[in-house]
Design a protein around this ligand. Sequence first.
Ligand code: ADP
Ligand code: MG
Length: 707
Amino acid sequence: MSKSTRWDSKENESKQLPIYRHKAKLVQAVKDSTFLVVTGETGSGKTTQLPQYLHEAGICKNGKIGITQPRRVAAITVAQRVAQEMQCTLGREVGYQVRFDDCTSQDTVVKYMTDGCLLREVLADPVLSQYSVVILDEVHERSLSTDILLGLLKKVLMDPANATKGRSFPLKVVVMSATLEADKLSAFLSNCPVFAIPGRTFPVTCTFGTAVGPKDTESTGYVKEVVKMALDVHTSEMAGDILVFLTGQSEIERACDLLYEKAETIDYRYDVQDQTVEGLLILPLYGSMPTDQQRQIFQPPPSGIRKCVVATNIAATSLTISGIKYIIDSGFVKQLNHNSRVGMDILEVVPISKSEAQQRAGRAGRTSAGKCFRIYTKEFWEKSMPEYTVPEIQRTSLTAVVLTLKCLGVHDVIRFPYLDCPEERFILGALKQLYQFDAIDRRGKVTRLGELMVEFPLHPGLTRALLKAASLGCEDLLLPVAAMLSVENIFIRPGHPEKQKEADKKHRALAAKSGGTNDFATLLSVFQLCKSSDRPSAWCKDHWIHWRALKSAFSVEIQLKDILHRLQQKRDFPVEKFDGNKSELFRRCLCTGYFTNVARRSVGKVFCTMDGNGSMVHIHPSSSLFDEEVELNWIIFHDVLVTSRVYIRTVCPIRYDWVKDLLPKLHEVDAYELSSVARQEVTDEEMIKWETREAAKRQPEVSTEDI
Ligand code: ADP
Ligand code: MG
């Protein structure tokens, strides 16, 4: 097929989309007001078409069109699709930018990006002078960065003094959402106009199952049940593709393996109802999947073959797959939640909300009537599923966001225009953590260090450790570690028990090479060994390491190094000296960023955290310290995994001496005091009073055994 005929068919396809009939009016509506809310059923063409309409209408002559997505994969996939529709090479007129992956050029005028990326751009250029239109997409998802962008754009553009400052033409903002929150959004944006794209949807019949009840809220046994249901549908329902919702990569891969295995045994002469169905094509879909594999998802299956896509929540609204007639809903989703038991954000598998379940079901009724099979009971629906999903801003740590706001001059982070206010304790928690990392001072003002920290797209603790290393001239130790902790898990864990043993052995040998007692050092050593290898991909295969993840880590390391060098050139970067061995230097740097994650041995292999929660934690079996014989007294860790126990992962032994001056900081500032800091600039007089009171209260330091 020639390129032009393919394009014609795409063009026809896009003319069939519900949005097409409203093209002229929609473009006019964008031109007519500063803010516009656009709603329409998922799949109506908002994400892929509206930017093209605006481009066609010549809006780009003033500046770029930026479209944000809460998810990386969505930004990349949609940009690919639009580049194809506009017949240009990805990265030229149409491009994308996600964290650590910039595929844009001078020519890029239609730019898809994650909301986090746009937030970073606001930091450098608060009036977004390069853009003519900014489209915040998938706003109903209520991701943290999108919510903050909404508030910031409202604050900047609603103030007439700001609207044209630093710009030669006014910025237009389009806010796109599934129908749900249109009125609320419009009210938030001073009753701006709402453009509703009328959708066509077909009825979807939903049935409840028996596999998951109200008591199974933490169960993971649903994978088998989902697979069974998919096979039932395949054999007993008429032709039409299946979309299965699960929660994450490993679960999806397991489900796909089971499906392959079971599908092999189907005898298509006898077992299937619809005799036109002759086979099953099983396709996984999750965030960190290679993009060429993702492309397959959108292609129609060969005739007679039924497609079965096993996906994360990404297929609920971000991506639309044509031809889906059957949904299988596990009822669960992976969500980042603040866990007050351990005082950190944790990825957890939780029941979805009822509105989310309805959205999932709706995916079966896009082109004809469909069916949705829920594997959970009606009782689970009634008792375990909340009405709506709580916005991310109300359930995760706000540390990075508060620092960004402060760097943008938003001092009063409590009275910032939030679409839904986070709880005050989350804001105070963030201020407290920023203070602990020396990113803000006691008055809540951003320090020099804070200004440096905000430049890195990393967790503030990790950034703090990296900056410490840089000031000591040993950033080469920390840059690879920061990169390795920013990509997916590099260690392969095969499902087969024999292979598992072999992989474990190789991983232990790698840990031993770096001393065998420091997981951070293992990451560094894997990075260096692979990088210096002649055939790095073969090296990875041999050591059961994910080559793709390591390749990303190499690229991330270079990008972090670039940021660091840029900062070192521009500003008077702090310089310190240290006399001691390399292992100590490395671990001391880590302590600077991870002293909030210090734990001290309690009994046996149980440790107690020092952050005031005093949680009991256990070393995770994946750590090289898990079956270490040496007596460990003090350790730091990167993150936690909560099951029936609280496990800590990526662990490193330290000496009490190295953190003893930092630990009092964990208890120094109480939330009440910081709340006054959050609300207004504090006068010197108030500050002196407060410091005197504070000094009187200060606890004697933790006693100095060990140590
Ligand atoms: P909305 O944003 O309103 O949910 P989209 O613009 O994402 O709608 O999708 C419009 C249409 O484009 C859908 O029919 C979808 O199947 C199709 N589409 C989107 N991305 C791709 C892709 N990468 N490959 C093929 N079709 C796609
Ligand atoms: Mg969309």
